[in-house]
Design a protein around this ligand. Sequence first.
Ligand code: 17E
Ligand code: FE2
Length: 417
Amino acid sequence: MYDLLLRNGRLLYSDGTIAGVDVAIQQGAIVAIAPQLAEPAKTELDLQKQLISPPFVESHIHLDSALTVGEPRWNQSGTLFEGIEIWRDRKQNLSLEDVKSRAIETLKQQAMRGVLFVRSHADVSETSLTALQALLEVREAVREWITVQVVAFPQDGIYGGSQNDHLIEKAMEMGADAVGGIPHYELTREDGVKSVHRIFELAQKYDRLIDIHCDEIDDDQSRFLEVVAACALHTGMGSRVTASHTTAFGSYNNAYAFKLLSFLRRTELNFIANPLINITLQGRTDTYPKRRGVTRVKELWQQGTNVSFGHDCVQDPWYSLGTGNMLDVASMGLHVCQMTGKAEIDACYNMVTWNGARTLNVSDRYGIEVGKPANLIVLDAKDRYDAIRSRATVSYVIAQGKLLAQTDAPRAIWHGE
Ligand code: 17E
Ligand code: FE2
């Protein structure tokens, strides 16, 4: 007797093929996948030929600042830098309870929309490390239904304050999963380079992943990605390292960009683009023509480099909108990056699923295969393209073998001719 049997689904594979199947779940794991399973189950769901997909992966979000929009004021210029200043004021009065309740509310919003793996940054440039402590507690509190990774992120720069270097190391000791950085916001180019070296040193000392906010600026002279690539090559850590944002890549001259792309092919670096937010944050100092401010997603993808898409923010000083819906992220990504070919649209779906899992280094636990933990979603869609186009309803969310959430598709009634 299975615990849960999903009947009559259409299982999506990462190459886009789809197979009609039943999926059986027992003790939190997938135990059988076949066109028709005979054994009974305690609970059965008839999927009516809806699409079964691995869950969405939110590879880049700031849960510590989520749901604080307008506190203490709205970002009027719309820039990254005004956002950092507003957050600097807001973070003066963080409490564990404040951060935890907003983070958990956001995670619930995400999970109801099919997200079951999340990498969140936690600002570690306030001396109490409240944001980090809170997100580490949240990571444990939710682990039965969602996997959260926490990045120690020095928002004000590792060398932007006298305590920050000490604080980021303390964050490693407290148990952060990854070490972060913000080299383009360090006071000088030299400090930026030094910060990247320091990040690799910490990651090696504590055996952690790396995820760096890198070159999130329209300055075509912001060139810390090359430093990250060099460190990845020298240490052999590439697949454990992520370069987030890298929006300056969109502003580099092509001679430099093509050289850099070829260097990147020699690493296994992961990239994260956050198209919803960077299309609004970047280009603010341009008049017209106005740059798009998103990294070269299409070219990275074409050369086989792993790219995922993140939401980055849900209602915070940098981005007042956001719902946690990764199909919104994929849709914005394909528009901004002009990935409108059929294979390109499909690739954008993988950027919020399989590619994100690779970025998070959780591929061994991710995917719908016998023996793996039963994390999956059911979409009211025909295929990847249809899911993005229609922002498909996530009908069911199964987390570690249990039905975590379900949503009914809206029904419109036509009263005209
Ligand atoms: N902090 C930062 O440096 N960049 C961002 N995009 C956000 C926070 C959301
Ligand atoms: Fe970010």
